[in-house]
Design a protein around this ligand. Structure first.
Ligand code: FAD
Ligand code: EPU
Length: 343
């Protein structure tokens, strides 16, 4: 369905006033294919909730909003097997599974966006990543009008990484995700604040509620303050470089990784660089979570780009670490390289 409206303001959580030539709402795969074929060699962008993107300008082409809906549930003695269409809202899907007694997604509550986007950056929060619960991902090859199913292993999931950012990015649409939720549930309380509550969190609902409470206390609600969650990824550095930082900052939040590597909290780096709450023009660094860049009102894309550059340069000057954006940068013709845009 083509829509007469062309503003993208309500379709990106930064709330930027940009527009597209055309906006199409795709409720089925036929619409996706038709729209793709009608726009051969013209800019074409599929979006879910627009919660992980920064539009740099108006979009000179068609934006297709994924509205594929539906869900089916099977079970055996060991697990629940849920097949969920890509256009379903992620948080509503998580809330429904928890309410219906299918545990395993509770740590991933309140992440904005759609189910279909979740595998792309292997969404993660509070000790759980999508890869821990994903059985398969269905993708539609738009050029061949063919659907394929990728197993969890084939998705090549990593920290904020998957094959959908590479081989299966252009010309492919995620149409559904399959979840495998074990019936032998164990709470995942590996994230500190979930483990330090007065009353132990013993049920999926209690964890879901706590995760929502923590998130509401530090992450801005995009309906009120435009943002796209963590703007940068947490950088992964060598143990040697981490030790050098530790000498000056013994309490720095570092997370050891395989192979002599350490993940550093980017929010902490930005905070230590003195930028928490910093504002310039119509953009800012969130006062409760320095990793989140915010639209203070009528921000233009360039206000957020300047802010991101300033944050990135300041952190580099203090710690000799270059932050890489997690957020996807969208130019007039399609996605552009975020690091190059900020360099
Ligand atoms: P969009 O922003 O619409 O799209 C993202 C990218 O995926 C784009 O390149 C788009 O073209 C592509 N795409 C979208 N749908 C499809 C599809 N069906 N097939 C192929 N390509 C597609 N992320 C986390 O990992 N953990 C968090 O805790 C977290 N917290 C957040 C908190 C806030 C307040 C906000 C605003 C964001 C947060 N995010 C978090 C980031 C974001 O919510 C996730 O990345 C989410 O999965 C993006 O979903 P979306 O539907 O909005 O994707
Ligand atoms: N910190 C500070 N100052 C800040 C922000 C954080 O010192 O301003 C410190 C915290 O005290 C803590 C550490 O940095 O010791 C990590 O902070 P937090 O637990 O808030 O998590 P994060 O690393 O900033 C990551 C994800 C989030 C996810 C949370 C919870 C990335 C890039 N971000 O944030 O995901 O919700 O962990 O698991 O990995 C997103 O991707 O958009 C996102 C919000």
């Amino acid at each position: 369905m083509t829509c007469s409206q062309t503003s993208l303001k309500s379709l990106n959580t930064f709330g930027l006033s940009v527009s597209a030539e055309r906006i199409v709402y795709a409720h089925n795969t036929e619409t996706l294919i038709e729209s793709w074929q009608a726009n051969q060699n013209k800019p074409w962008l599929l979006i879910g909730g627009g919660s992980n993107m920064l539009f740099l300008d108006d979009f000179d082409g068609t934006v297709v909003v994924n509205q594929l809906k539906g869900m089916s549930i099977e079970q055996n003695q060991e697990e629940w097997l849920i097949h969920c269409a890509a256009g379903e809202n992620w948080h509503e899907f998580v809330a429904l599974t928890v309410k219906e007694g299918m545990a395993g997604l509770e740590n991933l509550a309140l992440i904005p966006g759609t189910v279909g986007s979740a595998p792309i950056q292997n969404i993660g929060a509070y000790g759980v990543e999508l890869k821990d619960v994903c059985a398969y991902v269905d993708i539609l090859d738009l050029n061949r009008n063919k659907t394929m199913r990728l197993t969890n292993k084939e998705c090549l999931f990593g920290y904020r990484e998957s094959i959908f950012k590479h081989q299966y990015q252009q010309g492919y649409v995620i149409t559904a995700v399959g979840f495998s939720l074990t019936k032998h549930w164990q709470p995942n309380l590996s994230y500190g604040p979930l483990n330090s509550t007065e009353t132990p969190l013993l049920t999926p609902q209690a964890i879901f509620d706590k995760v929502c409470e923590i998130r509401r206390s530090k992450l801005p609600d995009p309906a009120k303050i435009g943002n796209a969650g963590s703007f940068f990824k947490n950088p992964i550095i060598s143990t040697q470089d981490a030790e050098a930082i530790k000498r000056h900052y013994p309490n720095a939040p570092f997370y050891p990784q395989c192979g002599n590597l350490v993940k550093v909290a980017a929010g902490w780096l930005i905070d230590q660089a003195g930028l928490k709450g910093y504002k310039a023009d119509h953009a800012g660094v969130h006062p409760q979570q320095a990793l989140v860049l915010i639209n203070l009102g009528d921000a233009q894309p360039e206000d957020l780009v300047s802010m991101a550059k300033h944050v990135r340069d300041t952190v580099f000057n203090k710690f000799a670490i270059w932050l890489e954006p997690e957020v996807r940068f969208i130019g007039r013709q399609g996605e552009v390289n975020a690091v190059e845009t900020l360099s």
